[in-house]
Design a protein around this ligand. Structure first.
Ligand code: BGC
Length: 736
């Protein structure tokens, strides 16, 4: 928090402080020490050669943890915190003051090019995981940068386009994840996005950066621009931007000084920015632990352990009465697919990390199972004879007892900077799946991808599907452990797998055109959409099997000041230890406003030995039960019954109960714009004006017109009643 009565910083110095000194560093001016900001988020990308924000240049080796797309599938905030702490230590060791992450934009559409860097389609899952991650990093004395604030849900035209979002979805869906992280974890910085939000560049949006972020959420850190996001520095500083990156920008600095002299910029705005940067620099300096030693092996072990928890078992049907996974100890295994040998484990662009080491799935499987045959099956660069590669793979699969087929998206097919146009797996890989499955009934698909891929064409061809998304440098070992059963899978999808691209919420409006991205699906993002429209999906949000089975019973709900505490019993009914994640979905059956049928509002994971039971609980926070009231400009918790479901996916709901929640006192101010219907909804007002309605003819003239007069009049604003013969007696006169 800036101190208002501190000595002013000379305007030229203040201006220099509010822009970077280089691509990755801040200015060393007026006694304020310079510090490093670096990507992130799932590993430290401290560049050694010429700098860039596209992941082109070399960077120091660092542990590549599972990117957010993978880590989210753990549904394990504690693990996210552990990974965050390890990242914090690596940042300390490399002299980095602020790690540029986490990215908490939502996966509005599966085609989003940067979905691999974002957590989920859901704000509660995103916010919970990202808050834990921020606490982990910052606990090591390294700042984070919550990005990209806000509305950066597409890459297409990202430096110009406006994300046009209605206020309710903006608040209740897209900003909700940011709000939670700001309020719960206090990130040292927030990075504003390239795009416009409802027509205004995020970097110049005083409502976003000052009124909402600082005023409503109490943010006290620094707002940093995305790299190159500022087109008008004067407007940006006035709106609440503290640090423009990258730098230097001597012309822009001079422009700020001139703008103050001309009276176009309030001097206090620049002072605020400079002081905030100075305070951040002091915090970084005070938190420096230059002697931090990184245990590279231990971090690699953590990367493996984390990756194993992120693996989602999508399907595991029995063949001849026995589930295909875990692989039978004595089965002859054929491994197929280029990704088994050249793994796909992170996304392209600014987050690209130079790994300290890399686990290769084929090697890891061989280390666990000895003799494993291998065929490449396809190449991602189109080299080689496709027919011959496929024929060899089919023969290899046929001569084994089980085939593990690695398919997915190549690095070049998805990246920061552009969106995908399709969610199909490559045609040559689909053909390979069909031909391998035709000769080998025990075929296991292992998927590597950053964005969701359509699985409808393969789901009925193979008995087992393992979703690795992107798992970081330990993914190879993690997959091998899950396949052989050394680790039981427990991951859950953080994003719905739709049947067809045409089914997705933003199908007709993604990414947009002419620099407008219209969020036409409103509140109905992800599972909210599929459930409200009762659309079949291939795998629902929250889905993930394990090698054991669980019962979820006995849901109890208690309403209190904090929200609703949901408690439910979980029993491991199988014969192996395992972890289940119970998800709580909430609906408000008698809501007076539009609401999704059910929304995730909390979750809890539990690991249980066979036969054991435990009760787990989650607080469904009152803040998350509220909707945004655009007229009142405030959050409102509705009074009434809330229906809570406990499930193991958004479509596998095991227990339900109702709970009464005390609502907020809400009173709309009465004015000429208030409608008769709104007034009638207030019991006292209704009693007072009922006789007046008789003056309008009530039932009699209603009958003459063939309508219910009172209902017909409900939408007439009080100020307009005069036109219908109410004379000067409109009840709105005089207000309230
Ligand atoms: C990305 C940010 C990143 C920055 C610095 C931008 O292009 O959008 O996420 O932190 O570059 O590399």
């Amino acid at each position: 928090m800036t101190t208002p009565d501190a000595e002013p910083i000379a305007p030229a110095d203040a201006a220099a402080l509010t822009s970077g000194a280089s691509f990755w560093t801040t200015a060393d001016v007026a006694g304020v020490p310079s510090f490093w900001l670096t990507d992130g988020p799932h590993g430290i990308r401290k560049q050694v050669g010429s700098p860039d924000h596209l992941g082109l240049g070399a960077s120091e080796p660092a542990t590549c943890f599972p990117p957010a797309v993978g880590l989210a599938q753990s549904w394990d905030p504690e693990l996210a915190g552990e990974v965050g702490a390890a990242l914090g230590r690596e940042a300390q060791a490399l002299g980095v003051g602020v790690l540029l992450g986490p990215g908490v934009n939502l996966k509005r559409d599966p085609r989003g090019g940067r979905n691999f860097e974002y957590w989920s389609e859901d704000p509660v899952l995103t916010g919970t995981m990202a808050a834990a991650w921020v606490r982990g990093v910052q606990g090591e004395g390294v700042g984070t940068s919550l990005k990209h604030f806000a509305g950066n849900e597409a890459e297409h035209d990202r430096m110009r386009a406006s994300s046009d979002v209605d206020e309710r979805p903006l608040r209740e869906v897209y900003l909700r994840a940011f709000q939670r992280v700001v309020e719960e974890a206090r990130p040292w910085t927030v990075m504003c996005s390239y795009n416009r939000v409802n027509g205004v560049y995020a970097a110049e949006d005083g409502w976003l950066l000052t009124d909402v972020l600082r005023g409503e959420w109490g943010f006290r850190g620094a707002v940093v621009s995305d790299w190159g996001a500022v087109s008008d520095r004067v407007a940006a500083v006035a709106a609440g931007l503290d640090l423009q990156m990258p730098g230097p920008d001597p012309d822009g600095d001079a422009g700020l000084v001139t703008a103050i002299a001309d009276g176009r910029l309030d001097a206090t705005a620049l002072q605020r920015g400079a002081r905030t940067v100075a305070e951040l620099a002091a915090k970084v300096a005070a938190s420096r632990r230059p002697d931090t030693a990184v245990d590279v092996d231990a971090h690699h072990e953590l990367a493996r352990r984390a990756a194993a928890r992120c693996v989602v078992l999508l399907a595991n049907d029995p063949v001849d009465g026995v589930p295909v996974l875990p692989l039978a100890a004595d089965a002859a295994v054929a491994v197929i697919g280029e990704f088994a040998e050249v793994p796909r484990y992170q996304g392209g662009g600014s987050s690209h990390v130079t790994v300290t080491r890399l686990d290769v799935p084929l090697e890891q499987l061989r280390a666990r199972r000895g003799d494993v045959s291998f065929a490449r099956g396809f190449t991602t660069d189109g080299s080689g004879d496709a027919d011959a590669l496929r024929a060899e793979a089919v023969a290899t699969a046929r001569s084994a007892q089980v085939a593990v087929l690695f398919v997915g998206l190549a690095a070049g097919q998805e990246s920061e900077g552009f969106d995908r146009e399709s969610i199909e797996l490559p045609a040559d890989q689909l053909r390979l799946v069909r031909e391998v499955a035709a000769v080998q009934p025990r075929t296991v698909l292992v998927l590597s991808h950053g964005g969701v891929v359509r699985l409808a064409p393969v789901v009925d061809l193979v008995p087992a599907i393992v979703d690795g998304a992107l798992l970081g440098q330990g993914g190879g070992a993690a997959l091998a452990d899950v396949l052989v059963g050394a680790v039981g899978p427990s991951g859950k999808l953080a994003e719905t797998v739709p049947q067809r691209l045409q089914d997705v919420p933003a199908y007709l409006d993604f990414p947009g055109e002419f620099s407008r991205h219209r969020y036409s699906e409103g509140l109905h993002v992800g599972h909210r959409w599929y459930d409200a429209r009762d659309v079949d999906v291939t795998f629902p949000f929250g889905h993930g099997l394990s090698y054991t089975t669980f019962d979820v019973t006995g849901l109890e709900l208690t309403a209190g000041d904090e929200g609703v505490t949901a408690t439910v019993g979980v029993t491991n009914t199988g014969d192996r230890p395992g972890r289940e994640v119970v998800q709580f979905y909430v609906g408000v059956p008698a809501s007076t406003v539009q609401r999704p049928l059910r929304e995730l509002k909390g979750f809890a994971g539990v690991t249980l030995p066979p036969g054991e039971s435990r009760r787990v609980s989650a607080v469904l926070r009152r803040a998350d039960l509220a909707y945004w009231h655009p007229r009142l400009q405030q959050w409102v918790v509705e009074d009434g019954e809330y229906e809570v479901h406990a499930g193991v996916s958004s479509r596998d709901l095991r227990a339900a109960a109702l709970v009464a929640v005390r609502g907020d006192e809400v009173r709309l101010p009465v004015s000429d714009e208030t409608t008769l219907g709104e007034l009638m909804a207030e019991p006292e007002a209704a009693a007072a004006i009922a006789p007046m309605l008789g003056a309008f003819g009530g039932g009699e003239s209603g009958a003459a017109l063939g309508t219910d007069m009172v209902r017909m009049m409900a939408s007439i604003p009080l100020g307009r009643l005069k036109a219908f013969g109410a004379g000067g007696a409109a009840p709105g006169d005089g207000g309230s």
